[in-house]
Write a protein that binds this ligand. Structure first.
Ligand SMILES: CC(C)(COP(=O)(O)OP(=O)(O)OC[C@H]1O[C@@H](n2cnc3c(N)ncnc32)[C@H](O)[C@@H]1OP(=O)(O)O)[C@@H](O)C(=O)NCCC(=O)NCCS
Length: 184
């Protein structure tokens, strides 16, 4: 479920530098949970990540030159499709193009698993993430009403819709100039 792939798109390769991707392990979950709580107002619990590992979802961490975890993704394979459940880059590592490295890896894993379609949900208020997905090649499909917990301007609990975005894996491979890595 967690085969290593080597993204080759020039912008992702440039951003990668000394960063490496490897399968997420239970031992990573403290570091992952620290990033998760730093970047999300409504973070996944450590248990959500542990369940994803138990379910053998695709889950990888991005490590920096010191080997510290600075990003990750979790994606759930389905029948001819892949659902990106979570993707994050640590605050101090953001803005370097590392999301492209993570997204390219998800795209290549989707191809390797025979997925034709890649999809995700995102908060419409997360304009930064929506823009990154649009630039990457995702397009909006629909909205899921009241999908996410949220707080209103007065700090009262409310709900926020999810924007569902999707892309054909073949389109992303072509758009990003990605090829499956040869066997090591
Ligand atoms: C959304 C998120 C994953 C993006 O990660 P990121 O690594 O900071 O994103 P990138 O660096 O790849 O792209 C950010 C910017 O850097 C730019 N960039 C791309 N390649 C670059 C490079 N090689 N060098 C410098 N900047 C680059 C991008 O153009 C982008 O510009 P923008 O700010 O105008 O959009 C990150 O902000 C995050 O973890 N957010 C919190 C969690 C979250 O919202 N996840 C998505 C939920 S659906």
């Amino acid at each position: 479920m967690n085969a290593r792939v080597r993204p080759q798109a020039p912008d992702a390769a440039a951003a990668a530098g000394a960063h490496l991707l490897r399968p997420m392990q239970l031992a990573d979950l403290d570091a992952v949970a620290r990033i998760e709580t730093a970047v999300y107002a409504f973070p996944w619990s450590r248990g959500n990540f542990a369940d994803s590992l138990s379910a053998q979802y695709h889950a990888q961490v991005l490590t920096d030159a010191q080997g510290a975890v600075c990003g990750y993704f979790v994606a759930m394979p389905g029948v001819e499709e892949m659902h990106l459940l979570n993707i994050a880059v640590a605050p101090q590592a953001q803005g370097q193009g590392l999301s492209l490295l993570l997204l390219d890896t998800v795209t290549l894993l989707s191809q390797a698993g025979g997925a034709l379609l890649l999809w995700l949900e995102v908060r419409p208020s997360n304009v930064h993430a929506v823009r990154i997905y649009e630039r990457y090649g995702f397009y909006p499909i629909t909205r899921r009403r009241d999908y996410y917990p949220a707080v209103d301007a007065q700090g009262r609990p409310c709900r926020e819709d999810a924007l569902v975005m999707s892309a054909q894996v073949g389109d992303l491979l072509q758009r990003r100039g990605l090829r499956a890595a040869p066997p090591a």
